[in-house]
Design a protein around this ligand. Sequence first.
Ligand code: CAA
Length: 261
Amino acid sequence: MTFNTLSFETGADDVGLLKISRAKALNALNKELLDELMTFIEKVKQENTLRCLIITGEGDKSFVAGADIKEMQNMSPEQGKTLSNRGQEIFNAIEQLPIPVIACVNGFALGGGMELVLACDFVISSDKAKYGLPEVSLGLIPGYGGTQRLARSIGVHRAKMMTFTGGIYSAQELYEWGLISKLVAHDALLEETMKTASLVAQRAPVAIAKAKESINAMRDLSLEDGLKMEQNCFAQLFSTEDYTIGLDAFIEKKKPVFSGK
Ligand code: CAA
């Protein structure tokens, strides 16, 4: 896959590394980038060869500095709605991928960049990264899912404080508030993220997909319905090859090598 605004490579254990690559604009999400991101996500889903995907930003300074502000000038409400719809569609597609997606946050994660982080399954962050939803400083609000996903992650009151101040918050703060799962020294970020991704990639892929489906559904279901969904996902795994491989390996004291079936 070759793109103008993304770079991609596959490493050991079928871990994919996607870099958002518009460093001259601090990796801001312009139309071309959004289109390429959607094409990329659709391909990942269709080819079904990766076991884990890492998303990071090119360069040392920024993960993604938001939607492209220059492209948003002079838009009508209809154009604003189309833009929001497009961003939400792409971030939903990331959230719904059957493989784990790790945000590897190397710098500014602002506006749409913070919203991209929120669509990932978990976050490994540089201690130098900075987070924020500065949209109200532009006369706007977060439009790629930020008003919905942030409160579900760090709680309503912190989400409101971040959104209403439009301020920039440290990685340490977001770690304490539960958005960041692992906070690492800036220079060790990629290596540490790769290690975690490798671990995930060696586990049973269908089991991970079912765990992701079940945890994601939690947000929209009552506890009762969520528990039923968990039962169904759990039960379906008993028909997989990986379940046999996993249990046999445990009993034979071997390392399981999962087939993904
Ligand atoms: N869109 C377009 N270009 C951007 C950009 C963005 N979101 N963020 C940075 N850039 C560009 C700058 O215009 C600049 O380009 P030029 O060299 O051509 O002038 C280049 O990237 C470098 O940026 P700075 O010179 O500003 O770098 P800095 O280190 O002084 O500041 C920053 C860094 C604090 C991140 C600052 O660039 C900034 O505030 N960026 C905007 C952040 C923002 O408001 N994001 C939210 C966007 S709206 C949104 O995302 C809506 C939504 O929910 C969908």
